[in-house]
Design a protein around this ligand. Sequence first.
Ligand code: HAM
Length: 431
Amino acid sequence: MEISRPRGTRDFLSKEMKQRKYVENTLRRVFENYGYGEIKTPIFEDLKLFTEKSGEAIKEEIYHFKDKGERDLALRPELTAPVARLYLNELQRHPKPIKMYYFGSCFRYERPQAGRFRQFWQFGCELIGGKSPEAEAEVIAMAAHALEEMGLKDYKFHIGNLGIIRSLLKDAEVPDDEQQQIMGLIDKGDVEELETLLNNLNVSDSLKNILLQLIGIKGHNEVIGEVRSIIKNCKGAFKSLDDLEELLNLLETFGFTNYIVDLGIARGLDYYTGIVFEIYVHGLGAQKQISGGGTYNLIEIFGGEPVESTGFAFGFDRVMEALKKQDTEIPVKGHVNVFVAPLSNDMREEAFKIAQNLRKYGISTDVDLARRKVKKILSYADNLEAKYVVLVGARDIADGKVTLKNMESGDQELIDLNILSQDLGQKLNGR
Ligand code: HAM
């Protein structure tokens, strides 16, 4: 019987895991340098956590099930709602803003394709409370800083404010469900379908033209004036545009200008209230969006106080894909530095003792467990990319010595057993 992996999932071998770990640690370092602390939430949550805001339709896209106690549970499709829940359960009295970051797997019942999986990882953050343009600017600047540290190139931030289009729709008294449909098509970027929808709904020609013009606008902060002249006299939309302008000015202060204003950013998840952004990497094809986020008010939706928050999440797998596509160097070290090889059967116990001493000294060491001949051991050690092999021969041992072979140069030297650990420590780490 052949049992295969579930659709949309992957196995990672150790070389790839090392690369992922390296990138994960780079992100960890940057997020912590901005004052974020790591948190962990459960992989499964109460199903209601995800249906409360998004409605029952979201069930189509998530893995949900009843447990043996008939509770409705779901594998998390993302981590913002779980973090809002965590805040409500544990942190309501905590001084704000609260800066938290997370790294964990998410599950979505999607049609798998390149860059789109059913189990994938997100590395993200939430800055809870203290909504201000400076908080939003800092969050965006941190995302940019993280990409820079990873050595990623050819990316662009698309920044918008949902409040602009939402206010226009609200002012025109477009019903909520129709607004939802309109935002959905804006998010899909399907202008033709949007036009057809607007024609079918009871939307005035002037609003229709304004919407189509707005979502087509893309540019640096100079487009703000253009947007202002299009939205004419909608107060709410002006307020959101002012917020966007203030944010863009602050981004300069934080040293970040690699963005375009894009009012077509609507975000698939419907908890956002203001600033939204997405990061695209050129050359990744349909799944080029490596990150998304914005400002939201989930905590109030879950019954808490109105605590506005901002966050984003990198699609970790897409970041890895982009780094690989761009041939970015990700340092990967072999996992054993030293291999201990007994030259004869009676030297096996001696080899184990030596290996244990090296491990206790903090040197990653492997030892022959397959009772192989020296030639085979050397080729196995070579395959593991071990830097040194300790050859344990009876005659040397009688003199309190072993032979140390440098696998790169092929050089061999006789060395006193009682200084082997220090000597190797020095050679490997300079200690
Ligand atoms: P999201 O845009 O749905 O936002 O997901 C964030 C990122 O996860 C996406 O930009 C994408 O790179 C990656 N992603 C999404 N689905 C998949 C998939 N099926 N396979 C591979 N990668 C995927 C959120 O989840 C929000 N919670 C982000 C946020 C945090 N907003 C505020 N705080």
